[in-house]
Design a protein around this ligand. Structure first.
Ligand code: FES
Length: 352
């Protein structure tokens, strides 16, 4: 056998025990996927041993056997023929799922803690000249990330701290400077920015501009804090902190694509931000092992969970808990542009 057989175009979810060896089938012939049953004999392939790291470790073992991160799925299957499936929104089962329009202060609840939030309809608070609303919080069920939508006009904003959490910012509008621990970084619309835990940042809009920021704190924090002075020095071991949209950095995921913004390339590990494109289509329902926020930049969509669906418009944010079954449908002919933040995890191309 020159190449392994594709056992599945989806990964296998498993919960492991600490110290136990798992024999991942590499040839694809086993009838006990994802584990070896010795069907490989004579093929030249051997199983790969993976030792469980801790009790309750949740993993996604590769099913297509073509991953670049053996034995775990790295999303390669999505680019194999038949690896990225669409769902038909007009099946009888899907047509029976009603659109929910119940909204309180911009919040539309779906199943399992998933929701769509419209900052445009939210109540804003103020920290000096920083106007903000809470988009994702522990109070709304988040564990791994919080998110705030904020606007700063005129004078520089206050120095904002995110407790012991890392910060990932997305510039939703305007241009100017983000100062991180006192160091200036020029930013414009659609830039991603990474702020290390403890550094703090402030927004300095350019003349006549309003800087519009989506501020994510990872892990989740209770509230934004303001300090009169920079509390710590800039971590110069990671001097690059702004990532700009660059079509040359796009990665295909079936008929979708994404580009990483703030991620490990700028020192942001175990969590990541990306910008992506969704064509006019509905994804097959799936789950992720990470918690995710999805900002809708352009185009309209419909977010589906088991028994509900809700409209998503530009400026809206979707909160998606870990392991929640869902499907994001793009209902605009020209497609949707979205920005996601995921944690824990750093690869938005993995689902099951
Ligand atoms: S059966 Fe596939 S590696 Fe053993």
């Amino acid at each position: 056998m020159d190449a392994p057989v594709i056992a599945s175009r989806k990964p296998y979810y498993a919960v492991l025990k600490k110290g136990r060896p798992y024999r991942w089938c590499r040839c694809g012939l086993s009838k006990k996927q994802p584990y070896c049953d010795n069907s490989h004999e004579g093929t030249g392939f051997e199983p790969m041993i993976y030792i469980g790291q801790y009790d309750g470790e949740e993993v996604l073992f590769c099913g297509c056997k073509q991953t670049g991160d053996s034995p775990m799925c790295d999303g390669t299957h999505a680019n194999l023929e038949g690896g990225y499936q669409r769902d038909d929104p007009n099946t009888p089962e899907n047509r029976a799922i009603p659109e929910t329009r119940d909204q309180v202060d911009g919040l539309t609840l779906l199943d399992g803690g998933c929701y769509v939030f419209s900052p445009a309809k939210a109540r804003f608070a103020e920290l000096g000249n920083l106007r903000f609303c809470t988009v994702i919080s522990q109070g709304q069920g988040a564990i791994h990330q919080s998110q705030f939508y904020a606007e700063v006009s005129g004078q520089p904003g206050p120095i904002v701290m995110l407790g012991e959490s890392d910060g990932i910012l997305f510039v939703g509008g305007g241009e100017g400077t983000i100062e991180i621990a006192g160091r200036p970084f020029q930013v414009q619309r659609t830039d991603g920015v990474y702020v290390r835990a403890g550094e703090g940042f402030r927004a300095v809009p350019a003349e006549g501009q309003t800087l519009k920021l989506f501020i994510s704190a990872l892990p989740a924090i209770a509230a934004l804090e303001v300090e009169p002075d920079w509390p710590s020095a800039f971590d110069a071991s990671e001097p690059e902190r702004v990532v700009r949209v660059d079509a040359g950095q796009r990665k295909a995921m079936g008929e979708r694509w994404f580009q990483m913004l703030a991620d490990k390339a700028v020192g942001c590990t175990g969590k990541a931000q990306f910008i992506g494109h969704i064509p006019f289509s509905k994804a097959e329902p799936h789950r992720h092992l990470y918690e995710e926020s999805i900002i809708c930049l352009e185009g309209e969509g419909m977010m589906w969970t088991e028994t509900k669906k809700a409209r998503v418009r530009p400026g809206d944010v979707i909160f998606l808990p870990r392991k929640q079954l869902h499907s994001l449908q793009c209902v605009s002919e020209g497609g949707m542009e979205v920005v996601g933040v995921i944690h824990p995890g750093d690869n938005p191309g993995i689902n099951y």
